[in-house]
Design a protein around this ligand. Structure first.
Ligand SMILES: [Zn+2]
Length: 361
């Protein structure tokens, strides 16, 4: 089959990469592909047409693909669906895209109304169901949805053959999601050791964001400040949040069997820098490089329910391959030096230093 590894030997092209390391294409399980700095330079769409918004999203898609991310999951916006389908047609360069389209919130309604909403989002083409079970970190992160609402959202997703992805900072919200059988929990900044153990026991994927999200907001403070909850109190929460998250992640590393996914929650300014999350996990939190890379490849593919098609280099899998300059096991920053990107057997980038021998045989 075209675009898959281990297929026909006729007309096969071989690429030799001395000093480089070949990896499966990287996967970011949590981005917001539509977010960008708009006309005013700020992180807002003010004064923008729908067409302009889509083009900004396409730019983010391109930036991520060029930096080695061949699959991303956007958590999520209605705009994502058309972008996902356009990329899938094969001409617009971008990562394979999955999306939650519209999220379930506390005010979506009763458990029955939430089930109805989930069925609608699935009918609209969602790949995954997002639940906002707690407030934003900029507002303290308290649980917002009741346990019954969380259970209804995740159960209905499962009944429709979809995964659920739960935004939760408060420990109680993380625990409720795990107990309800939700697929994955993101953020988890206030999670306790006891609840981390519950996540591991229940097999719930955990996708914390420690190395890029808050750092990017703070680095671009002037471009965010004044928008919604990006106020003085919000930035104070975020500045404290960096060390809180680092401590949380170090505790998570000690929990045996916890399925730690790589996700950045990338917003405006962060797309293309996604690998910073992996580098931070290794350099600052002490995660073994091989585990951190698995969190962005083979394990991440499992987190997306795609572990029989992507995330590994194996016969029959999609030919999503990247080459990086150096050995990321010895020096994880090699992941930020992506010199070759192939997605579905198509080469999108090949800037390896020195002469390349591409021969047919
Ligand atoms: Zn998010």
């Amino acid at each position: 089959m075209k675009g898959r590894t281990g297929s026909s030997s006729k007309g096969r092209v071989s690429y030799d990469f001395p000093r480089l390391t070949l990896l499966p294409g990287l996967i970011d399980t949590h981005v917001h592909i539509d977010t960008h700095f708009g006309k005013s330079g700020k992180a807002t769409r003010e004064g923008e047409t729908a067409q302009e918004s889509m083009l900004y999203a396409a730019e983010n898609a391109y930036a991520m693909l060029m930096n080695g991310f061949t699959t991303t999951q956007s958590i999520g916006s209605p705009l994502d669906r058309d972008l996902r389908d356009a990329i899938a047609r094969g001409m617009l360069p971008g990562p394979r895209l999955l999306t939650s389209i519209s999220p379930v919130r506390a005010d979506t309604g009763t458990p029955d109304q939430i089930r109805q909403f989930v069925r609608q989002v699935v009918a609209d083409g969602a790949d995954v169901i997002k639940l906002f079970a707690s407030k934003s970190i900029r507002e303290g992160g308290d649980q917002t949805m009741t346990d019954a609402q969380i259970e209804a959202g995740c159960d209905e997703a499962k009944r429709r053959g979809k995964r659920s992805w739960v935004h939760a900072h408060a420990d109680s919200a993380v625990k409720a999601a795990a107990v309800a059988g939700c697929w994955a929990v993101t953020h988890g900044s206030q999670v306790t050791d006891a609840t981390l153990a519950v996540l591991a026991q229940r097999g719930t994927f955990f996708e914390p964001n420690v190395g890029l999200l808050l750092q990017n907001y703070i680095e671009n403070k002037d471009r965010y400040f004044g928008i919604g909850n990006f106020d003085d109190a919000g930035f104070a929460f975020m500045e404290k949040g960096i060390s809180v998250n680092l401590d949380m992640f170090r505790r998570a590393l000690k929990v045996k069997g916890l399925k730690l996914l790589m996700g950045t929650d990338a917003g405006a300014g962060a797309h293309g820098q996604n690998a910073r999350e992996i580098v931070y996990r290794v350099q600052q939190a002490g995660q073994p490089a091989l585990d951190a890379i698995a969190g962005a490849t083979s394990l991440a593919a499992g987190g997306l329910g795609l572990n029989d098609t992507i995330g590994s280099i194996a016969p029959g899998f999609e030919a999503d391959l990247i080459a990086v300059d150096g050995d990321p096991i010895q020096d994880v920053t090699a992941l930020q030096r992506v010199v070759f990107v192939m997605k579905g057997g198509k080469v999108y980038k090949n800037v390896a230093a020195g002469p390349q021998r591409a021969r047919s045989f």
